[in-house]
Design a protein around this ligand. Structure first.
Ligand code: HSE
Length: 323
C-alpha cells in the first residue's frame, strides 16, 4: 500500500471512531474526621472518560492513560464490572463496539475516591451506550452507593459539594448537600504508598464503647452544622474522632505529629482522607496560610521519609461534568 492510500485509511478510521461523549468524575475525601462513613466532599481533581465509537470491534476496548495505566487490566476492571450491572438492570447489551479512553488523575488506593470514580464512570458509560434510560441523580446515585458500599466516598463525586447521607437497607440513599464556601480550600497530602480500604477497615475494632460513640456523634453534629453555616472556627473540634483515625494511625507514620504541625501552621482541620493514605486539611482561602500548611504537611511526612505530593484543591459545588 502506498503512502497516499495509507493516509486515506487512517482518515477513514478517525472519522468512524468518533468521540461521542466525555464524563469528568471528581475525586472525593470521605469521613472528614468525626463523620465516619457518613460525610464526604468532592475535590476538583478529575478522572476523564471519553467514549468513542469503534467500528473495528464489537467489544468495549479500553485505553488507559495516567494513574494506574500499568496496573489496571483492560479486560477485567471496575469500570467494566459496573457496566455489566447496568446491562443486567436494563436487560440489554451494546450491539456495537466502543473505545473507552480513561484519563486518570486520581491516585489509586490513597483515600481519594479512585474506585468511586471507576464505578460511577462504568455506570455512566453503560447507561449512555444503552440510551440513557437511567437517571443520574437517582438511579446511578443509588446503584453506585450500593456498589461502592461507602456512600461518603461515592455520593459527593456525583452530586458535588459536601454530602451528608445515610444508607438504610432496601431504601434509597437519604442525603443533604451542603454547598461549599469559596473561602474554604482543601490541601491534600498524597503519600507515595498505597493503602487498601480493606486493610484499613480490618484495623478497626468490631465494637466501640459508649463514650467514644457520644464523642463522635456530638462532633459529627457540630461538623455538619459548622460546614453549613461557615463556622470554620469550629472545624478543629468538630473533626475530632475516636472511631477510626487512631486505629489507622499505624499505617501513616508520624500521623500525630503531622496533625499537630498542620494545625499549628493554621489549618482549620486535618484528617485522614477516606481510609488513607492521603491526608486532608481544610484551610482558609489565603495564599500565606495555604503555603504554610502545605509546607507543614510535606515536611512532617518527609521527617518520616515519606515522599508526598501536595495538591491544593477546591470543593466544587458540581459533581460529574458531562460534555
Ligand atoms: N468511610 C470509608 C472508610 C471510606 O473510611 O473506610 C473508604 O471508602
Amino acid at each position: 500500500m502506498n503512502k497516499v492510500q495509507n493516509n486515506k485509511k487512517n482518515k477513514t478510521s478517525i472519522i468512524k471512531n468518533k468521540k461521542l461523549i466525555t464524563f469528568k468524575i471528581p475525586a472525593t475525601s470521605a469521613n472528614i474526621g468525626s463523620c465516619f462513613d457518613s460525610v464526604g466532599l468532592a475535590l476538583d481533581l478529575y478522572n476523564e472518560i471519553h467514549i468513542y465509537s469503534n467500528e473495528n470491534s464489537k467489544k468495549i476496548e479500553f485505553e488507559i492513560i495516567g494513574e494506574g495505566e500499568n496496573e489496571i487490566s483492560k479486560d477485567d476492571n471496575m469500570i467494566l464490572d459496573a457496566m455489566k450491572l447496568v446491562y443486567k438492570k436494563l436487560k440489554s447489551k451494546p450491539d456495537k463496539g466502543y473505545t473507552i479512553k480513561c484519563i486518570n488523575r486520581i491516585p489509586l488506593s490513597r483515600g481519594l475516591g479512585s474506585s468511586s470514580a471507576a464505578i460511577i464512570g462504568g455506570l455512566l458509560s453503560a447507561n449512555y451506550i444503552l440510551g440513557n434510560k437511567l437517571s443520574i441523580d437517582y438511579d446511578i446515585l443509588n446503584m453506585s452507593v450500593q456498589l461502592e458500599g461507602h456512600p461518603d466516598n461515592v455520593s459527593p463525586a456525583i452530586l458535588g459539594g459536601i454530602i451528608s447521607g445515610v444508607v438504610i437497607k432496601d431504601e434509597d440513599f437519604k442525603y443533604v448537600k451542603i454547598n461549599p464556601s469559596k473561602n474554604l480550600k482543601a490541601i491534600v497530602a498524597i503519600p507515595n504508598f498505597h493503602l487498601s480500604t480493606e486493610v484499613a477497615r480490618n484495623a478497626l475494632p468490631k465494637e466501640i464503647n459508649f463514650k467514644d460513640a457520644i464523642f463522635n456523634i456530638s462532633r459529627a453534629a457540630l461538623l455538619t452544622s459548622a460546614l453549613s453555616s461557615n463556622r470554620f472556627d469550629l472545624l478543629e473540634v468538630a473533626t475530632d474522632d475516636k472511631l477510626h483515625q487512631d486505629y489507622r494511625a499505624k499505617f501513616i507514620h508520624g500521623l500525630k505529629d503531622l496533625f499537630k504541625q498542620t494545625k499549628n501552621a493554621g489549618a482549620y482541620s486535618v484528617t485522614i482522607s477516606g481510609a488513607g493514605s492521603s491526608i486532608l486539611s481544610l484551610v482558609k482561602n489565603d495564599e500565606e496560610i495555604i503555603k504554610k500548611v502545605s509546607n507543614a504537611m510535606k515536611e512532617s511526612l518527609a521527617k518520616k521519609k515519606i515522599n508526598t505530593e501536595i495538591m491544593v484543591l477546591n470543593i466544587p459545588s458540581k459533581g460529574i461534568i458531562i460534555k
